[in-house]
Design a protein around this ligand. Structure first.
Ligand code: ASP
Length: 455
């Protein structure tokens, strides 16, 4: 196993070291040849002679050498290892590369996205991308640490599942065992996490993958995204908001990311519309934008229902939400519908909605009333949500939750313009997978097995 990373060489002056990595660049001065050796921690200059002749950029090499302090005037303050260089004693090419189809030592913004994603395994070699992935890993680690300390359990929920309405189209997967039937990939774990509350788990979270077939948009990741999905029992709206706010403050402090205002300001939906003309807004000054300060805010008191184009009612955020307590009677009696406010809370950061959640209807008759207001028949309600209504009938605790978007939060933190910059293998904006060629055709035999005919 490789024992030493490039950045650690600065502390090894006078010692013999063994290094493994890629050739970031090569400068051939005939008698002496310099290479910059790169690994995930940075680059270090290596000095060699004849033996470096056959090495080219992006070859994978092993180098044994002595760490030498550089003379004062040759110090390179731009790199972490700029005070030293390696005098090579032995070099082995472990793998010779073909010429790369794209440069990997620029920041990459200048390269066409289709090309970057086709060769994502090369694109990720650029230090900027490594930095984003390392930050993502640390961010999730700190979230986990915080939630475990608060007594949460991390629990996985099914991916092959039934539809959970979050306002998008489902991705569906045909069943071979039951031809003509389909699974849906979850738009969120909403129903499962509520069922975990019925199960008495009390505090659940998951770094959850969600699948939504939405029309591609520049500022969205098409197809799938990751959210911190969380649910708690015996809480009110303020409890969930406080937990998430304190988690964010803790995690951001550990990552040295400045937050504009603590506690996060809270606006009602009505106030937000009056003040900003929208329910997502950027509270930062131009100067704060330059410093990449994170400006969080909450938006609460949204209307529960809105009119459909056909003149009926649909939910604005989440059909499983409870109304604010003072509107429970109206909900149960299906009156005053346009004025019912939901317990929904949205978290906003730097102009984006970065998460949302609510207190749920834990009494079956209240959940049923939501679907009745939406015009679903008794039969449809039973077919689609009978399991939820039944489960709530078996002593479901009061509960609520939230789901901040991991990709979106990281885009704000890194000040990247596109979600794809913080996702290892995102799809193209047109819905094609990175590197691999999905969606793709399926051969006739497989289709037959599934009982499917392409029209
Ligand atoms: N299920 C919601 C979503 O995915 C979040 C929540 O209400 O907890 O957006």
């Amino acid at each position: 196993m490789k024992k030493l990373f490039v950045e650690e060489t600065v502390n090894k002056i006078g010692q013999e070291v063994e290094l493994y990595g890629w050739v970031d660049s090569k400068r051939d001065h005939k008698k002496i040849i310099f290479i910059d050796l790169r690994d995930r921690t940075g680059i270090v200059q290596v000095v060699g002679g004849e033996a470096f002749k056959d090495i080219s950029q992006e070859d994978v090499v092993y180098i044994k050498g002595i760490v030498k302090k550089r003379p004062e005037k040759l110090v390179n303050p731009k790199i972490k290892t700029g005070t030293i260089e390696i005098e090579a004693k032995e070099v082995k090419i472990l793998n010779k590369t073909k010429p790369l189809p794209l440069p990997v030592n620029t920041d990459g913004y200048e390269i066409d996205e289709e090309v970057r994603l086709k060769y994502r395994y090369l694109d990720l070699r650029r230090p900027r991308m490594y930095k984003n992935l390392a930050l993502r890993s640390k961010f999730i680690d700190l979230i986990r640490q915080y939630l475990f300390k608060q007594g949460f359990l991390e629990i996985e929920t099914p991916i092959l599942s039934e539809t959970t309405p979050e306002g998008a189209r489902d991705f569906i997967v045909p069943s071979r065992l039951q031809p003509g039937k389909f699974y849906a990939l979850p738009q969120s774990p909403q129903q499962y996490k509520q069922l975990l509350m019925v199960a008495g788990i009390e505090r659940y979270f998951q770094i959850a993958r969600c699948f939504r077939d939405e029309d591609p948009r520049a500022d969205r990741a098409y197809g799938e995204f990751t959210q911190l999905d969380l649910e708690m029992s015996f809480v009110n709206r303020e409890d969930v908001m406080k937990l998430i706010e304190e988690m964010i403050i803790d995690v951001y402090k550990k990552l040295n990311i400045p937050i504009k205002q603590i506690p996060f300001p809270v606006f009602t939906y009505k106030e937000a519309l009056e003040k900003f003309g929208a329910d997502k807004f950027d509270l930062r000054t131009e100067e704060e934008k330059k410093q990449n300060i994170q400006a969080f805010a909450w938006v609460i008191d949204f209307p529960f229902f809105e009119k459909t184009p056909e003149g009926g009612w649909t939910f604005t955020h989440n059909p499983f939400s409870a109304p604010k307590p003072e509107f429970m009677d109206d909900l149960l009696n299906k009156r005053n519908i346009e004025n019912i406010l939901t317990t929904q809370y949205d978290l906003v950061c730097n102009g984006y909605e970065v998460g949302g959640g609510s207190i749920r209807n834990h009494r079956p008759e209240a959940l049923k009333a939501v679907f009745e207001i939406m015009g679903l028949s008794e039969e449809e309600i039973n077919k689609k949500f009978g399991h939820m209504i039944e489960a709530l009938g078996y002593g479901a605790p009061p509960h609520g939750g939230i789901a901040p978007g991991i990709d979106r939060l990281l885009t704000c933190i890194t000040d990247e313009k596109n979600l794809r910059e913080v996702i290892a293998m995102p799809m193209t904006s047109g819905g094609k997978t990175a590197i691999m060629n999905a969606p793709s055709e399926v051969d006739e035999k497989k289709l037959k097995e599934l009982g499917i005919k392409i029209r």
